[in-house]
Design a protein around this ligand. Structure first.
Ligand code: NDP
Length: 295
């Protein structure tokens, strides 16, 4: 089974590396140097256009910032659509938009190409370890085909509903992450400013009901030690919470907490820029409080 992987970014590259082992794997990346380096490191073939990548593959996987780039790469003379073969499977691992995915599935369906949205969670470390969670939106038959492919980098592979459902679940999960990042930042800033050592406060929270992935992993590994690594861009999380906002509103659910978090993240993105990591939102809380959460 030949696979084409499009988008060798922070998480795409380690996902693609798992697919290179069984091979054959074809890769395309906007910045060609990355696809060439990847190909020589992992024994894949780097091609010059998305069309060439699709033409060489039974399965095409995209992992791009948003659904907009997926739709852009599908179109045009050198686009994926020109290369996709009838009977192929298209998996979009982008954290994308449910409506866009339904649109893409419709276009591909007319050409006999099956589509599943298959976004992932687990971060870059999960991608490297091959332990990602993959949430798949597709019909049952397409899900079964998708499962055999994504198990190369996924551990928990969940069929969450029809096309678009994977992206909806992913956006909501990330909205919960957003809420947690801001809430934990505010809470620890208040405690530190009042004189409580951050490490001691965190020890208590992590043995109590206020704990979360943010308190158990992100703050100890990135904030307390001042490391602030850049693994998941804040801009991408801002995009995710916007998708979650629209999804909740379209579903007829008032979501004031998600609305507020979205506004705060959009403001943080404007201040910190496109390359900042999502955890750096806590830096803004530190600055406004005039303290640092270290320990
Ligand atoms: P990055 O920003 O690291 O990489 C984005 C990739 O998309 C790069 O390959 C980039 O190419 C390519 N790209 C960007 N714009 C275009 C364009 N206009 N045309 C063609 N290619 C383009 O993102 P990540 O790898 O971190 O994220 C990818 C997806 O996975 C996102 O939807 C994100 O939300 C999701 N995700 C990320 C996680 C993480 O921890 N990083 C965790 C879970 C999901 P180039 O190399 O040329 O810049």
């Amino acid at each position: 089974m030949a696979v084409a992987f499009i988008g060798l970014g922070a998480i795409g590259a380690p996902m693609a590396a798992h697919l290179a082992k069984p091979g054959p794997l074809v890769v395309w990346n906007r910045t060609r140097a990355k696809s060439r380096d990847f190909a020589s490191k992992y024994g894949a073939t780097a091609v010059e256009t998305p069309r060439e990548a699709a033409a060489a593959a039974d399965v095409v996987i995209t992992c791009l910032p948003t659904s907009r780039q997926v739709e852009e790469l599908l179109s045009g003379a050198d686009g994926l659509l020109q290369g996709l073969r009838p009977g192929a499977l298209f998996l979009d691992c982008t954290s994308g938009d449910p409506g866009a995915s339904r649109r893409i599935a419709g276009v591909l369906g007319e050409r006999g190409v099956a589509f599943a949205d298959a976004p992932v969670s687990g971060g870059v470390s999960g991608a490297v370890a091959g332990t990602l969670t993959v949430m798949v939106g597709a019909d049952q038959e397409t899900f079964e085909r998708a499962r055999r492919v994504v198990q190369a980098f996924g551990q928990r592979i969940e069929h969450v509903g029809p096309v678009g459902a994977g992206h909806a679940v992913k956006a909501i999960n990330n909205a919960l992450l957003d809420v947690n990042v801001l809430a934990v930042g505010e809470a620890l800033a208040a405690l530190v400013k009042a004189g409580v050592p951050a490490r001691a406060a965190l020890n208590v929270v992590n043995a109590s009901s206020g704990r979360s992935f943010v308190t158990e992993v992100l703050v100890p590994e990135r904030v307390l030690n001042g490391a602030w690594p850049r693994t998941f861009r804040l801009a991408l999380l801002d995009k995710d919470v916007e998708i979650a906002r629209s999804f909740a509103h379209d579903a007829g659910v008032a979501a004031p907490l998600i609305d507020l978090t979205g506004s705060l993240f959009t403001a943080a993105r404007a201040q910190l820029g496109e390359e900042a990591d999502h955890v750096e939102a806590i830096k803004l809380i530190e600055q406004s409080a005039g303290i640092e959460i270290r320990g």
